[in-house]
Design a protein around this ligand. Structure first.
Ligand code: NDP
Length: 347
């Protein structure tokens, strides 16, 4: 059987901007027969995520991420439907997922690498398992739970950067559900700002590409900032930290503004900002969702319940076709998405 797959065609370089042409689609044969323990599945959805930028480097700079190899198939979060199984845990028709799903139209994987999903949890909206009911939702929820110190009744103000993206759009809503009284987002277009306020319950949103972020923050957060959910780092975060209160907390989720630079993670703050952080006793601890997978099951149930109740609004930007996955990645890295960027491979 002939299938399509996407390989890493070239590396952008540690300080380069990734482009669609770093990836290439090709046709390859897939064995007709599977062996004991294996599962063959048809790919339904693939995820493109900021961490993949590190996997495009020869050295990812982190011990939990392996680099993609040139001319070899890329992989990441994926969902598919089982076509044939020789593994006891799976049967034809099951919906399955893996963090290391090859970017192929069909895959053969060892069943031990797959997890079975329950479609009724998301009312059949399977792509949510790559976003709000998957790693993205877990990141927002557990980031706030573990590092946010949100307390009902404390009248806290939360600021979210990268606020219209997958994690950010959920983080603002979860901050509110957990007890923050004011939620302000920072993102890259007026359209995103308007969606955050009109559809996702943010009190206000700032377009960082327009006007002075510090001045707008000062105006929109009159009582200062108590919790900062940081997806982006760089100048935006410096401006937020400047307005943070004594004993406040940063959820250090990601630093996307620094991912095309050869800097350590997390990047150190500029000295003047670090001085503020220390003087005001602002916590800024590294957060990695993979360290909290013992809380995965209960957290996903909570997220799915909020989604069903309409308390957590989910946005997706869906691109169709495996041949467009490189373009989808490039677009997500430069702000083309609202909510989770998803690639639909087959219906
Ligand atoms: P998003 O859906 O938020 O997509 C990325 C967004 O980043 C873009 O839409 C763009 O929106 C914004 N962006 C890109 N470049 C810049 C820049 N230079 N300055 C400011 N904003 C920029 O991605 P995710 O929700 O998947 O990821 C968000 C963050 O969370 C990332 O930093 C990621 O690494 C991190 N993460 C961390 C995890 C953890 O365990 N700690 C797990 C998962 C994700 P805009 O139009 O607003 O610029």
């Amino acid at each position: 059987m002939i299938i399509q797959r996407v390989v890493l065609n070239s590396r952008p370089g540690k300080n380069g901007v990734p482009v669609a042409e770093n990836f290439q689609i090709e046709a390859v044969p897939l064995p007709d027969k599977i062996t004991d323990g294996q599962v063959r599945a048809r790919t339904l959805y693939l995820s493109v995520d900021p961490y993949m930028r590190c996997r495009m480097n020869e050295d990812t700079g982190s011990d939990y991420l392996l680099p993609w190899q040139l001319s070899e198939v890329a992989d990441g979060g994926g969902i598919g439907v089982v076509e044939e199984s020789k593994h006891g845990n799976f049967a034809k028709g099951d919906i399955v997922t893996s963090f290391n799903w090859p970017w192929q139209t069909k895959i053969i994987l060892d069943g031990r690498l797959l997890q079975k999903l329950e479609p009724q949890l998301v009312d059949g909206h399977l792509s949510y398992f790559l976003g709000a009911a998957g790693i993205t939702g877990l990141t927002s929820f557990l980031g706030i739970k573990e590092k946010g110190h949100v307390t009902v009744g404390d009248n806290q103000t939360m600021v979210v950067s990268g606020a219209a993206g997958a994690c950010g759009s959920l983080a603002g809503q979860i901050g509110r559900l957990e007890g923050c009284s004011r939620v302000v987002g920072i993102c890259g277009t007026d359209e995103k700002c308007s969606i955050l306020v009109s559809e996702m319950g943010f009190d206000a949103a700032i377009n960082y590409k327009k006007g002075n972020v510090a001045e707008q923050l000062h105006e929109l957060c009159p009582a200062g900032v108590d919790v900062y959910f940081d997806n982006v780092g760089g100048d935006i975060s410096d401006a937020v930290i400047n307005q943070m209160n004594q004993n406040s907390h940063i959820v250090l989720c990601g630093q996307i503004s620094q991912y095309n630079k050869d800097v350590p993670y997390p990047p150190p703050l500029p000295p003047a900002v670090e001085e503020i952080q220390k003087a005001r006793n602002i916590t800024r601890e590294r957060f990695l969702v993979l360290n909290y997978m013992d809380k995965q099951e209960a957290s996903i149930l909570q997220l799915c319940q909020w989604i069903k109740e309409g308390k957590l609004k989910v946005k997706e930007t869906v691109v169709k076709g495996l041949e467009n996955i490189g373009g989808a990645f490039q677009s997500m890295m430069t702000g083309g998405n609202i909510g989770k960027q998803i690639v639909l491979i087959s219906e």
